[in-house]
Write a protein that binds this ligand. Structure first.
Ligand SMILES: [Mn+2]
Length: 440
């Protein structure tokens, strides 16, 4: 798989045959000024090209010959005592299949011998190259890697499916474990316990386990609140397999039964999700699908009487963005918010709601993305809107004020764009009746 990735990248440098590409792997980081090491996670571009999951490495690719040189640190006996066995160059060759393995103190000489016309590297690595007395070029490699990573190979999709499978099961177990009075952190423990038992020890992002009003905080970081009877619970959590992420959200009632109001609002979001999913196929555009989901939400809210007016006007005046203020979804891969959402020359759309869209692309087979519409009652957005002339006439102030501590609802699936539409990797129940059955 990684050989395939390197070949794909080098096709973009075929008119640049005398150049080399330099990639620096990740290093270990510590907690402030202590010797406590955070768990090591490889830098994603490096992982994409090499599959090497160890710190302090770098790699050089020769654009002309395609030679792949893995550069390893020269470890001493002290390292072996604290960190374990030190591998030989031959062992690294067997393990990762580079064309050549050299030590980091040999890199400078090796590079100079190539006398490259250019050394392409990522922003942040320029200093390394200058140290070798060469000129870094940071203008191309980043975009080239993003271009490669946007369309996933079947090998990558298999990894994403393994990550999705573990998270699917973990979400189901949380759904079954939830009870009124539980702490949010207990539910995180249920989730983590499942994914870690499947070897997925890295979280691709800090999960959200938000009960009650916390579910309307888009990046809620609390974990110490008790789940209240009658409230909703929003779980946005994923896992990582070989570096590839899953990112799933479900929202359901703490006591296992939707109230009439919760049911009505939940179905609006589910309808927005279904509307959006039906549009995920090659040729369609992310921003158009976002607007279709937004329209489904504002039309649903109009039907409940929480907002007033016709959908065209509510869309035109951006009233939807008061309730659905974030983007519909993002690419998913080695990073949760994966690269390539805005290729060079593509600008963000300066409009409420769409401003935060993390990808503006036409769908192509092999793209993997999340679709995650949401509906929230956020006092910080609604309060000022209620006194704004343009939109206040569209809002049912009395009923909305009663919902200031309702929280929010988000439902998020992970999908692969396919020739004939898409493949949904998320299997956690999302239809109300199914959720109630699982929780009963
Ligand atoms: Mn997401």
């Amino acid at each position: 798989m990684h050989h395939e990735h390197r070949k794909k990248l080098l096709t973009l440098f075929k008119d640049d045959k005398d150049s080399v590409l330099y990639l620096k792997g990740g290093t270990v980081s510590h907690r402030y000024d202590t010797d406590f090491e955070y768990p090591f996670r490889q830098e994603s571009n490096f992982l994409y090209l090499t599959g090497v999951d160890e710190p302090d490495m770098s790699a050089v690719l020769h654009a002309g010959s395609g030679e792949y040189v893995l550069v390893i640190p020269r470890r001493d006996a002290k390292f072996a005592v604290w960190m374990g066995y030190v591998r030989s160059t031959d062992e690294y060759s067997d393990l990762y299949g580079p064309d050549r393995v050299i030590y980091d103190d040999e890199l400078s000489d090796w590079l100079k011998k190539q006398a490259p016309a250019k050394v392409h590297c990522l922003p942040g690595s320029e200093k390394d190259i200058r140290q070798f007395g060469l000129d870094p070029d940071i203008g191309h490699l980043k975009d080239a890697l993003a271009w490669c990573r946007v369309i996933k190979s079947e090998g990558e999709i298999a990894c994403l499916k393994t990550a999705a499978a573990a998270a699917n099961q973990a979400h189901l177990e949380v759904m079954q474990a939830v009870y009124a009075g539980a702490f949010e952190y207990e539910m995180k423990a249920v989730f983590d316990s499942h994914v870690v038992r499947h070897g997925q020890i890295h979280a691709p992002y800090s999960g959200i386990f938000a009960s009650g009003p916390g579910s309307a905080i888009l990046h809620y970081t609390g974990k110490h609140r008790r789940l209240g009877d009658g409230e909703l619970f929003l779980v946005d959590a994923g896992s990582e397999h070989n570096g590839y992420a899953s990112d799933i959200t479900r929202t359901y009632p703490v006591n296992g039964r939707f109230t009439a109001l919760q049911a009505e609002l939940y179905d609006i979001v589910l309808n927005a999700l279904t509307t959006a999913l039906n549009l995920v196929r090659p040729g369609n555009k992310m921003e158009d699908v976002h607007l279709a989901a937004a329209r489904a939400i504002i039309t649903g809210l109009r039907d409940t009487g929480l907002v007033k007016g016709n959908p065209d006007e509510l869309m035109e005046k951006n009233v939807f963005a008061l309730f659905f203020p974030h983007g519909l979804g993002h690419f998913l891969g080695l990073d949760t918010h994966d690269v390539g959402g805005y290729p060079k020359g593509t600008e963000k759309i300066d409009r409420p709601g769409l401003r935060f869209l993390r990808a503006r692309r036409i769908f192509e087979p092999g793209m993997v993305l999340t679709i995650e519409p949401g509906l929230y009652f956020i006092p910080a957005l609604l309060e000022p809107a209620l006194s704004e002339k343009e939109v206040s006439g569209h809002l049912n102030a009395k009923r909305l004020r009663e919902l200031f501590d309702f929280g929010g609802i988000r439902i998020e699936d992970n999908v692969v764009v396919r020739e004939d539409g898409h493949e949904n990797l998320t299997t956690v129940p999302k239809i109300r009746q199914e959720i109630e059955m699982v929780m009963s």
